[in-house]
Design a protein around this ligand. Structure first.
Ligand code: HEM
Length: 406
């Protein structure tokens, strides 16, 4: 481990809210690619910032365990957490394989198409409203329609319930942001409270659905088979939460970041307008550029070495997608937003056995958003500076006011 010229604290959410993190990661990659980040409570964690190291750690799921959850300091961190082994993202093999098999069927092409159709209807209506109003807050009024449409389809719920879950997951992800949470009191308790509100919603929905054989996520999980047994109630509830938290903010915030990148790079926006056939590579570039899920956490289950640095069994290790996605050893001119970038092997959906199970759905959602914007024929401009979310885990926006003209 080499010292960094100026200490970097990756738990400082202002670093991300003020968009200074890319510079910090550039220094870490150059000066201390395997970085020990000390924490105020005397603990700390390792941060892997080079593309090759992040990719290798994703691969090495036998050494780097997911059982303590993907979020640093979240309630899934310490031993004894009830989600461990129950929630897909917080499980290791062989349990992970069984849960994944049960959940994989949810993301079949027919369901993803139904979801995309539902989102299209919501977005087309929104585009008309935005045009009539002359603008909107893109982060609050347009982007959330993606998870709302997805939740309506996946869980068979109405618009108001879907909106309610999006509000709850935004509050959970924004537990360190004054725009979304009351910051008084202990932040761990605040996070746990936000999580329990989501769990309660799904527990109620489970009770409602138990009697009727429905065709939604809960119906499927109720009928699923994990190692010759049905899923327990807690497994069903935790995995509903995993789907909601995994899908709600990621797709909508990636859309915000991608849209901002296009507005800040008008040449790329004009290129895309002139040739909407570029949308698939443009979406891959938006995913790389935004790296909305900034990092995931693992715990080393035995002593290991990364780039000559010894990591001890029990240490927390963070895999920074946002840094790997800007590593110049992997990406030519990584700080250039290029909608035709090829190859583009970004790690925004993770990699290996935990690679995002909703990647196809997320991609379809973002595709719907930009298809609607391109088809509208409207011109868009930022009305004010966007406000970034205070989070080091999910890189999002709490506000992005835009103006539109025909
Ligand atoms: C742009 C959109 C998205 C991004 C950037 C994203 C990112 C990620 C990442 C990085 C992981 C790996 C976690 C790890 O290795 O610990 C992951 C896993 C996961 N994602 Fe996504 N995600 C997106 C969309 C979605 C959607 C739409 C859903 C569901 C509706 C979803 C549900 C999940 C679930 C359930 C997992 C756990 C998979 C496992 O552990 O096997 N995600 N996602």
């Amino acid at each position: 481990m080499t010292a960094v010229s100026t200490a970097v604290d990756l738990t400082d959410v202002r670093l991300f809210a003020e968009n200074r993190h890319h510079e910090a990661f550039r220094r870490l990659r150059e000066e201390s690619p395997v970085y020990w980040n000390p924490c105020a409570d005397g603990t700390g964690f390792w941060a892997l910032t080079k593309y090759d190291d992040v990719l290798a750690a994703y691969h090495d799921h036998e050494v780097f365990s997911s059982a303590h959850g993907a979020i640093l300091g979240g309630s899934f961190r310490k031993g004894g957490d009830t989600a461990s082994g129950e929630m897909l993202v917080a499980s290791d093999l062989p349990r992970h394989r069984m849960l994944r098999r049960a959940m994989q069927t949810l993301f079949n092409p027919t369901t993803v198409n139904r979801m995309a159709n539902r989102i299209r209807v919501l977005l087309n209506r929104a585009v008309i409203n935005i045009r009539d109003a002359g603008g909107c807050d893109f982060a609050l009024e347009f982007a959330p329609l993606l998870p709302i449409g997805a939740l309506m389809t996946l869980f068979g719920i109405g618009h108001d319930d879907a909106r309610h879950i999006v509000d709850l997951t935004r509050k959970m992800v924004g537990y360190r942001d004054a725009a979304l949470s009351d910051l008084s009191g202990d932040e761990r308790i605040r996070l746990a409270h936000a999580q329990s509100e989501i769990l309660e919603f799904f527990a109620d929905l489970l009770e409602e659905r138990r009697a009727n054989s429905t065709d939604d996520v809960i119906g499927l999980l109720l009928r699923s088979d994990v190692n010759g047994e049905g899923m327990s109630d807690s497994q069903i509830i935790y995995n509903c939460m995993n789907i909601a938290v995994g899908g709600n903010e990621t797709s909508s915030y990636t859309t915000c970041s991608g849209f901002l990148a296009l507005l800040e790079n008008p040449g790329e926006w004009h290129r895309l307008r002139a040739d909407p056939g570029l949308l698939p590579t443009a979406i891959e570039e938006m995913l790389r550029w935004s790296s909305t899920n900034a990092y995931v956490q693992r715990i080393a289950v035995r002593d290991t070495v990364v780039r000559h640095t010894r990591i001890a069994a029990g240490d927390a290790v963070t895999l920074w997608n946002v840094s790997a996605n800007r590593d110049p050893e992997q990406f030519l001119e990584p700080d250039r937003f290029d909608i035709t970038r090829t190859p583009n092997r970004h790690l925004s959906f993770g990699y290996g056995i935990h690679r995002c199970i909703g990647a196809r759905a997320g991609n379809a959602e973002i595709n719907e958003a930009f298809t609607a914007l391109l088809r509208s024929g409207l011109d868009f401009e930022l009305k004010d500076d966007p406000t970034r979310l205070h989070s080091n885990f999910i890189l999002g926006f709490t506000s992005m006011p835009i103006e539109v003209s025909a």
